[in-house]
Ligand binder design. Structure first.
Ligand code: ATP
Length: 239
């Protein structure tokens, strides 16, 4: 079966420094794949290169079996979307206007189409519905992450890439966000999840990869990696 996303031998350089070395992974439709690893391992670099925000020095990214060379907007329109680590919301705009911007790649959605998409996001995140007129910059950390995910969903992705959604959030909020991530899979959205919170990521994911020093050193079913002695010792030892 051909994967929804296939990354083959992807390398990325920052100037003369190679930050990602020949990374390969697949994400099947309707599955959650996770990439865990420490600070500076190259996780954001991997996602940004898949999205096309960063150029690849080598390798290729196939989405639905095809190489996509178009602009980032066209990748979004085709069903690939990234929620960046810093969320990058428009702080001085309302929750609702941030959502509206997430749907901009589908221009024919103006009017009722956009309202329908917004209502679906509000059904998934009732907290955002309650705060629809609040400025994004005044939201709590968890609400901001919800808005970032909600805004991405406005583009109707088939594959959603999440860069450290748990970053800076309290444990209870992390649990809520991961519950939402699992719910997205039930709705048929495939997810590529990059996380330092290995325990939470491995619990929700189907497939997992360990990225260290820019190299994927270990890959397998998440349930298997959860019990791999190397993963336990390095990433799950505490708590
Ligand atoms: P974190 O969880 O801390 O964000 P990460 O696993 O996402 O880490 P990256 O942000 O992808 O890691 O960084 C991988 C390596 O590339 C690091 O050594 C980092 O210092 C380096 N790097 C990242 N961005 C740049 C840049 N714009 N210019 C030069 N080096 C960079």
């Amino acid at each position: 079966m051909s994967a929804l996303l296939e990354v083959r031998g992807l390398s990325v350089d920052y100037g003369k420094v190679r930050a990602l070395h020949e990374a390969s992974l697949r994400v099947e439709a309707g599955r959650i794949a996770t990439v865990i690893g420490p600070n500076g391992a190259g996780k954001s670099t991997l996602l940004n290169a898949i999205m096309g925000v960063l150029p690849a020095a080598a390798g290729e990214v196939l989405f639905e079996g095809r190489n996509r060379h178009g602009a980032i907007e066209s990748r979004v329109a085709e069903g690939l979307c990234l929620v960046p680590e810093k969320r990058e919301l428009f702080a001085s705009m309302t929750v609702e206007d941030n959502l509206l911007l997430g749907g901009y790649v589908h221009l024919d959605w103006r009017g009722r189409g956009w309202t329908k998409a917004r209502d679906e996001v509000f059904a998934l995140f009732p907290r955002l519905a309650e705060r629809r007129t609040q400025l994004a910059g005044t939201l709590s950390g968890g609400e901001r992450q919800m808005l970032a995910i909600g805004r991405a969903l406005m583009s109707r992705p088939r594959l959603l890439m999440l860069d450290e959604p748990s970053l800076g959030l309290a444990p209870l909020v992390v649990r809520e966000i991961f519950h939402i991530i699992a719910g997205l899979r039930e709705r048929g959205v495939a997810i590529l999840l990059v996380e330092q919170n290995a325990r939470a990521a491995l619990q929700v994911a189907d497939e997992a990869h360990v990225l260290e020093n820019g190299r994927i050193g270990l890959s397998g079913p998440a349930a298997t990696l959860m019990h791999d002695p190397r993963v336990v010792a390095t990433y799950l030892g505490l708590g």
